[in-house]
Ligand binder design. Structure first.
Ligand SMILES: Nc1ncnc2c1ncn2[C@@H]1O[C@H](COP(=O)(O)OP(=O)(O)OP(=O)(O)O)[C@@H](O)[C@H]1O
Ligand SMILES: CC(C)(CO)[C@@H](O)C(=O)[O-]
Ligand code: BAL
Length: 293
C-alpha cells in the first residue's frame, strides 16, 4: 500500500476485523499490532513508527481495559480522546484502528471471564502495588493477539514490567509473535510521556521531571560502585523531599530478577504518586565489576 492511497479504517466489530486481516494475510502481508488505551502522545506514535518498519499493515488497538484497573483506580477518569487519537493514528500511517466496546471483548462480564496469569515476573513492583493489574493486561493482550494474530507487536519500555510479562506470556503459550520493546519517549525536561501526566497541575508538572532526574543521579552513583541499599534509601528520601509518595524504587536485573554480584546490566524502576497521578519510570544501569583483592 503506497502512502498516496492510504486511508485508515476504524473497526469496532470483531468479525469485521478478522475478515479484513484474513485478506491481508492471504496477500502475504506482515501484520504488526500496537495495543494502546488511547489519549495518544509521541510515545504511542513511536510505537506506530516502529511497527511500520516491522510490517506491511499496522493495526493499533484502542481499548481502556476495565480488567486491569483496581477498585478506586482511575478507570472512569482515564482520558478518552477518540477523534484526536484517530487523527494522530491516520497521520502516523496506521492502517487499521481497532476500537472495540467493553461488551464486545467481555460479552459475559468481567467476573465470568477467563483470565491469563503470568507468574513470577508479574509479581512485585507494579504487580505488588496494583494487585490483579497484570492479569487484566495479560488477558486483554492475549485476546488482542488471538483476534489480530500479528507477526509482531510493539510495546513501550516505559512499562518495563508489562513488557517482561508479555514476553513471558508469548514464550510460555508458544505464540508465534515477535515482541519489540520501544525506548521511552521523554519530554524535553526528561519526564516520560504518559497519558496520566495530564492529571498533573502546573506546579506538579514542574515537579514531575525530578522522578527522572533522581533516577539519573542514582544510576550514576550505582555505576560508581556505591551500595544499592544506600543509593535506594537516598533515592526514596529525595523523592519524598520533591513531593512524591514512592510506591517502589528498586534495582533489578534486566529480567527483573534480583541483582547479584555477577549482575552487570541492571534496571532501576520507580513508581511514585504525585498529586492525583501515579507515575512510573525506569533507567538502565551498568554496574561496575566488584573490586577484587
Ligand atoms: N513515553 C513513552 N515512550 C514509549 N512508549 C510509551 C510511552 N508511554 C506509553 N508507551 C507505550 O504505549 C503503549 C500504550 O500505553 P498506554 O496507552 O497505557 O499509555 P500511557 O501514556 O503509558 O498511559 P498510562 O498513563 O496509562 O501509563 C504501552 O506499550 C506503553 O508502554
Ligand atoms: C497493553 C495495554 C494496551 C493493555 O490494555 C495497556 O496496558 C497499555 O496501554 O500499556
Ligand atoms: N500503561 C499501562 C496501563 C495502565 O497503567 O493501566
Amino acid at each position: 500500500m503506497s502512502d498516496s492511497d492510504f486511508s485508515m479504517r476504524t473497526l469496532r466489530d470483531i468479525n469485521e476485523l478478522r475478515a479484513t486481516l484474513r485478506e491481508h494475510r492471504l496477500n502475504g502481508q506482515r501484520i504488526a499490532l500496537v495495543p494502546t488505551m488511547g489519549n495518544l502522545h509521541a510515545g504511542h506514535l513511536a510505537l506506530v513508527a516502529e511497527a511500520r518498519q516491522q510490517a506491511d499493515i499496522v493495526v493499533s488497538s484502542l481499548f481502556v481495559n476495565p480488567m486491569q484497573f483496581g477498585p478506586g483506580e482511575d478507570l472512569d477518569a482515564y482520558p478518552r480522546t477518540f477523534e484526536a487519537d484517530q487523527t494522530k493514528l491516520t497521520e502516523a500511517g496506521c492502517h487499521i484502528l481497532f476500537a472495540p466496546t467493553v461488551s464486545a471483548l467481555y460479552p459475559n462480564g468481567l467476573t465470568a471471564q477467563t483470565r491469563v496469569h503470568v507468574p513470577e515476573v508479574g509479581e512485585g513492583l507494579c504487580g505488588g502495588s496494583r494487585p490483579g493489574h497484570f492479569d487484566g493486561v495479560s488477558t486483554v493482550v492475549s485476546m488482542l493477539f488471538n483476534l489480530v494474530q500479528p507477526d509482531v507487536a510493539c510495546f513501550g519500555e516505559k512499562d518495563y514490567q508489562q513488557l517482561a510479562v508479555i514476553r513471558k506470556l508469548v514464550a510460555d503459550l508458544h505464540m508465534p509473535i515477535e515482541i519489540i520493546g520501544v525506548p521511552i519517549v521523554r519530554a524535553d525536561d526528561g519526564l516520560a510521556l504518559s497519558s496520566r501526566n495530564g492529571y498533573l497541575s502546573e506546579q506538579e508538572r514542574a515537579t514531575a521531571p525530578s522522578l527522572y532526574t533522581t533516577l539519573c543521579t542514582l544510576r550514576d552513583a550505582l555505576a560508581q560502585g556505591e551500595s544499592a541499599e544506600q543509593v535506594l534509601q537516598r533515592g526514596k528520601i529525595a523523592l519524598y523531599d520533591a513531593g512524591f509518595t514512592p510506591d517502589y524504587l528498586e534495582l533489578r536485573d534486566t529480567h527483573l530478577g534480583p541483582v547479584t554480584d555477577a549482575t552487570r546490566h541492571a534496571v532501576l524502576l520507580a513508581a511514585a504518586k504525585l498529586g492525583p497521578a501515579r507515575l512510573i519510570d525506569n533507567l538502565s544501569v551498568q554496574l561496575p565489576c566488584a573490586a577484587t583483592d
